[in-house]
Design a protein around this ligand. Sequence first.
Ligand SMILES: NC(=O)c1ccc[n+]([C@@H]2O[C@H](COP(=O)([O-])OP(=O)(O)OC[C@H]3O[C@@H](n4cnc5c(N)ncnc54)[C@H](OP(=O)(O)O)[C@@H]3O)[C@@H](O)[C@H]2O)c1
Length: 310
Amino acid sequence: MRAIRYHEYGDSSVLHLEDAPDARPGAGEVVVQVAGTSVNMLDVAIRLGILQNDAPIAFPHIPGVDVAGRISEVGPGVTDWHTGDAVIAFLPATAAGAAAEYVSAPAALLAPAPASVDLADAAALPLAGLTAWQALVENARLRAGQSILVNGAGGGVGGFAVQLARREAATVTATASDRSRERVRAAGADRIVDYAATPVAEQLAGERFDVVLNLVRNSPVEAAALADLVVDRGVFVSATTPGPERPERNIRVEQVAVRSDPVQLTRLVALVDGGELVLDIAQRLPLADLHVAHDQALHGMLPGKTVLIV
Ligand SMILES: NC(=O)c1ccc[n+]([C@@H]2O[C@H](COP(=O)([O-])OP(=O)(O)OC[C@H]3O[C@@H](n4cnc5c(N)ncnc54)[C@H](OP(=O)(O)O)[C@@H]3O)[C@@H](O)[C@H]2O)c1
């Protein structure tokens, strides 16, 4: 099969489209004929070698933790899934990924693909959707009527976070630059703050939010300034730079560590098919251009969810 692989850690030039051995299903696994994969910073961090301890890989490695496609083969012990089923998953980061024509996937991680969108586009959902869900539901425990600041709403996770927060009837303030303003507004943000002009914490000085969700790889000083925007007894949730402890104000500080969860993913799929969650694809690229999206991700320049069409 054809796959994007890399044989050593490094910059995006290590990514090559080449022949690779066919994917085979082990016990409890299926093989998925990939329609689409997506790009997340996790793929880039693994390629750079900065997660060697947490996510050790074997070379050559096929990146791509998000997959959408159809099951082409079912391994021993798999009874719930069948050839031809359309599925999505957040795959184990250390195994061969979905930047390929086929990928082996643990059956226990699969969710049915949304029926209402193009199958390749569904690859936008797993990691980013689960991150937003876990950040808001598990970490923030966001409730109706609360106010939330989503810093980094122009990105893939941010787009889902804004939609899910609005669905919870929260009041959403979101940061976005010009290029993402309309997309973030369409996602349901009540107010947009252009982070490119003046630091966000400076623009919002004096305001307070029940929840601040930080999705930007900023400095500890910038993270601390954002934490100052949380109400007493509020929550600071970060998927990036750890938040500062604020015991004197009883602020709960939470760090997101996304995990694959097929039950939650199935709920997100139901929201998509119910018209309550939109898969807003900012960019579709051929698989051969994976390096372009990796470079955009590294520099915080991905324009939202990017899908690689296989
Ligand atoms: N801890 C975890 O489990 C976990 C899971 C998933 C993701 N993450 C992390 O969460 C972050 C967001 O993930 P993602 O997939 O949404 O990333 P992404 O799609 O690459 O986000 C890129 C977006 O960030 C915005 N941005 C860049 N610099 C900014 C700044 N200084 N202030 C505000 N917005 C800025 C830009 O939006 P504009 O278009 O508005 O300029 C850009 O489109 C990444 O750092 C990722 O590594 C962590």
